[in-house]
Design a protein around this ligand. Structure first.
Ligand SMILES: [Zn+2]
Length: 461
């Protein structure tokens, strides 16, 4: 977007309309600024300018092209008050095939009750929800009575592992930020997830995340030449056998406090004896049924197991009649938190793999202890239930990893929740095509976070 247009948008937003309408207009403008990881700086500068206009206190932590990170707080960080931090990232994943999109991905089009575009949910939409809740609190509370500062923390590079964003902030500015609690991305409100109880609305609040570990295995042997003379020994054959071994190297089921609590709560929502078994699936007596119960939903088993997903197989470029001497396979492994799984996993793999194979760790997320639910969990629980009467709140283990891990790694209580209702179709648009968000989700999200903030301030002695 050209600077002239920005000024118009900023003018409109500053002197504009009600919070929900304003949120929609602002999100639409933000989506119009493409911000694939590494090129997110203009989107961050735009939102920073809005925050400044709204009277928030800005602190720019780092500002190179790919590491623009800033915070916008009700009180200056120099006041050193304990801080409620709403964390978001403004980088987005790239668009695969624009032809699959029903509306152009960077259009920010609003049609009927829906706002379209890359980042509408992950995570520009959340950023706007967080900002509007903070502004609403700022307008409605006597600032002298603030027990906590409240901060919007906008970072770069989440989609590429967080080293350009959350890691920089956590490693260098944590003292200044002084977070009492962090709220970032994670679960959302969903229906149709409880077997036999489809109408039940459930909000999943993540307390922990699996550790991501991206590995490469590579076989390199002397090339066997022309494919017309078949060879029993080839790099590809070694890798194919190895792939099988990696995928099946560990099928142990392990429960920790987070998953035990999650299944207990889920079990209470499932009618009948099935619910009882699900709720106590960690009991040894149910061991024989365990696997069957946990495969009833594709999300259950990965909550209690390490997973090893093959994502790519590669040979160097060559003719089709040539037997390649090098073959590589890549895995996205997700390890359970709390069990210090990485060294055991690497050791186990080294033991089962062909000695000609080289294993390399390409990237990993930080080790992080799960957050123990505290008063902030109780307040978000209440706020969700006030916005969505009849909804249940379930603390759970997030199967992917996000910037939240950097804060948990520093022992900051961190919760992952998109405080609005989505459905399976909308969830699938995250990182996919046709990403979009209903305007009611924006409105209810603002309401939930605003209710949370007021509850914290009313209940704190
Ligand atoms: Zn995200």
């Amino acid at each position: 977007m050209k600077p002239g247009k920005w000024i118009l948008v900023i003018f409109f937003l500053y002197f504009g309309c009600g919070k929900a309408q304003e949120a929609a207009e602002l999100l639409s403008a933000l989506i119009k600024i493409p911000s694939v990881s590494g090129k997110e700086k203009p989107a961050l500068i735009f939102l920073e300018a809005i925050c400044k206009l709204k009277g928030l206190n800005i602190k720019t932590f780092s500002n190179s092209d790919s590491t623009y990170n800033f915070s916008a707080s009700i009180l200056p960080l120099s006041d050193n008050k304990p801080n409620i931090v709403f964390l978001n990232h403004l980088d987005v994943v790239a668009v695969d095939d624009i032809k699959d999109w029903r509306k152009p991905p960077y259009s920010g089009i609003i049609e009927n009750d829906t706002l379209w575009g890359r980042g509408a949910i992950d995570m520009k939409g959340m950023a706007i929800v967080q900002l509007m809740a903070i502004l609403k609190l700022k307008e409605n509370i006597d600032l002298n009575k603030l027990k906590y500062n409240v901060t919007l923390l906008c970072v770069s590079g989440e989609e590429t592992g967080g080293t350009n964003g959350a890691k920089i902030v956590c490693d260098n500015y944590l003292k200044e930020l002084n977070p009492a609690v962090v709220f970032g991305e994670g679960g959302a409100g969903l229906q149709n997830v409880i077997p036999g109880n489809n109408k039940q609305k459930v909000f999943f609040v993540s307390l922990a995340e699996k550790k991501s570990l991206w590995i490469k295995i590579e076989a390199k042997i002397r090339p066997h030449g022309h494919a017309s003379v078949p060879s029993g020994k080839s790099a590809n054959k070694i890798i194919l056998r190895a792939i099988n071994k990696v995928e099946n190297n560990d099928s142990k089921i392990k429960f920790d406090q987070t998953t035990k609590t999650a299944f207990k709560k889920l079990g209470k929502l499932v009618p009948g004896f099935k619910g009882f078994i699900l709720g106590h699936v960690n009991w040894w007596i149910f061991r024989p049924f365990r696997r069957k119960v946990l495969t009833a939903n594709e999300l259950f088993l990965p909550m209690v197991q390490n997973t090893f997903q093959l994502t790519s197989i590669q040979n160097p470029p060559g003719a089709l009649n040539q037997i390649p001497g090098i073959s590589a396979a890549f895995f996205d492994c997700r390890l359970l938190p709390r069990f210090n799984e990485k060294p055991f996993t690497i050791k186990r793999l080294m033991r089962v793999l062909d000695p000609r194979i080289k294993l390399t760790v390409l990237e990993e997320s930080p080790e992080a202890e799960p957050t123990k639910p505290d008063k902030f969990f109780d307040h978000i629980n209440d706020a969700i239930k006030l916005t969505y009467p009849g909804a249940e709140v379930i603390p759970f283990l997030f199967l992917a990893s996000s910037d939240n891990s950097y804060f948990r790694n520093k022992n900051i209580p961190t919760y992952g929740i998109m405080p609005f209702e989505l459905n399976a179709d909308l969830m699938q648009t995250v990182h996919g095509c046709n990403e979009r968000i209903p305007l009611t989700a924006l409105k209810n999200g603002i309401n939930t976070y605003y209710t949370f903030l007021t509850q914290v301030h009313e209940n704190e002695k």
